[in-house]
Design a protein. Structure first.
Length: 145
């Protein structure tokens, strides 16, 4: 896509960009996992209720950080807005779902702070603002009525 017609494309640069784009598209097709079920990542579900894709990501974070008692992510971090079909999970799935450069932070917090974080995560439901927490390693219940 051209931004402006003021300049003619540089043929060598166009070739260079196209070669890298082709390599990237090939890499995005790499299979990095498998799911036996559809993964629910639509915003209208993900941002107001527990979904299997949010649980999946929270579980991965906790398993990959074995010193953690629990892992917590906010659903606004998850960006795909789609149902991912059962079967092979490609790198494109990960790039789409986790497209923001968020960091994983390991932190020791008192239970009172955890409770405040969880209460905040449901404080504006059913608004789709992406603050709902998904957790691996514990459970909590909430009522939005």
């Amino acid at each position: 896509m051209r931004i402006t017609d003021r300049f003619e494309p540089e043929p060598e640069m166009v070739k260079h960009v196209n070669d890298y784009a082709k390599d990237l598209m090939k890499k995005m097709e790499e299979v990095v996992g498998f799911s036996e079920v559809e993964l629910e990542a639509r915003f209208e579900k993900l941002r107001v209720e527990e979904t299997n894709v949010a649980n999946f990501i929270a579980d991965i974070i906790r398993v990959e950080n074995p010193t953690c008692d629990l892992a917590m992510i906010i659903t606004g971090t998850l960006r795909t807005n789609a149902v991912i079909p059962a079967g092979d999970l490609k790198l494109k799935f990960i790039a789409d779902l986790l497209s923001l450069p968020d960091k994983i932070v390991l932190k020791s917090i008192p239970g009172s702070v955890l409770r405040e974080a969880l209460e905040n995560s449901v404080s504006f439901l059913p608004k789709l603002d992406g603050r709902l927490c998904c957790i691996s390693g514990c459970t909590f219940t909430y009522d939005i009525t």
